[in-house]
Design a binder for this molecule. Structure first.
Ligand code: ADP
Ligand code: MG
Length: 274
């Protein structure tokens, strides 16, 4: 079942310097429960597209629908935002309270939800991101990965069906990146629709489907295997392929017979040690 539909979306930023076309005739469909990733070089339009998914921006032309609700229709705003959560790059900008559990509860309190229901949802959200032990902590005492998981817990507690992650691991160390990606995968397994914008190709490779953006357009979409099958083409766009894909590609060029669909370190080691 389709959950998001983008039709001929154009976004123009008007600035003192003139007009900037950030999105140019974007079309895409996302199904409920899907885990998709959006990749593309800096300035290709990823964040602008992300902000259309929960009506933070309005189309200059074209349409965006979330469960058939038109994001351009003001009376749909509240309902759309209750369906689509956002997690951004810098958790420090998202954390508002001085205690972890208050921070996770913040959005719910603003909605006027009953205290007992807030308690239940906060506990569940903290459990989902594996941060229950830290609920009385000050967020300032947490690592980047832990802070980002608190921000994610805030989105989970809102019970949105879709969470859009805009480079959620960009500021984290490898451990933090791993924690956040495991959390994202768990949310997908729990049935949420996941949109992950990332410049880490290993992260994108975990999605079911990848969209490549370039110059405000979606220039390619497919499974990770399909997307990373042509290493030369990906590099021409200015992107990388996951390290195991690159290594497999080089080994093939040296005459080694390897299967076509190598994506992860596990795939590669399995193929080599067979
Ligand atoms: P990405 O997230 O892929 O790096 P963005 O969506 O942030 O790309 O930006 C797409 C283009 O729109 C870039 O050229 C960027 O400079 C421009 N842009 C982004 N935000 C604004 C803004 N608020 N005002 C003017 N131009 C913007
Ligand atoms: Mg961006």
């Amino acid at each position: 079942m389709e959950i998001i539909r983008v039709e001929n979306l154009k976004h123009i930023y008007k600035t003192a310097a003139g007009e900037k076309i950030a999105l140019d005739d974007v079309n895409l469909k996302i199904s409920a429960g899907e885990f998709i990733s959006i990749i593309g070089t800096n300035g290709s339009g990823k964040s602008t597209l992300a902000k259309h998914f929960n009506a933070l921006l309005q189309p200059s032309s074209g349409k965006v629908f979330v469960e058939n609700l038109d994001t351009a229709d003001e009376k749909n705003l509240w309902e759309i935002r209750s369906k689509v959560g956002m997690v951004f790059q810098n958790p420090d900008n998202e954390i508002v309270a001085a205690i972890v559990e208050d921070d996770v509860a913040f959005g719910l309190e603003n909605l006027g939800i009953e205290p007992s229901e807030i308690r239940r949802r906060v506990d569940l959200a903290l459990d989902t991101v594996n941060m229950t032990d830290y609920k009385k902590f000050a967020p300032s005492k947490l690592s980047g990965g832990q802070k980002q998981r608190i921000a994610i817990a805030g989105a989970i507690a809102m019970q949105t069906k879709i969470i859009v992650f805009d480079e959620p691991t960009a500021m984290l160390d490898p451990q933090g990146r791993h924690e956040v990606l495991s959390t994202i995968k768990k949310l997908h397994e729990n049935g949420l629709t996941i949109i992950l914008i990332t410049h880490f190709m290993e992260e994108a490779a975990q999605a079911e489907k990848i969209f490549i953006m370039d110059g405000g357009k979606i220039i390619k979409q497919g499974t990770p295997q399909e997307i990373f099958s042509d290493v030369k083409e990906i590099k021409k766009i200015g992107l990388d392929v996951p390290a195991p894909v690159e290594l497999a590609d080089r080994l093939r060029k040296k005459g080694l017979k390897l299967p076509k669909n190598i994506l992860t370190a596990e795939d590669l080691s399995n193929a080599l040690a067979k």
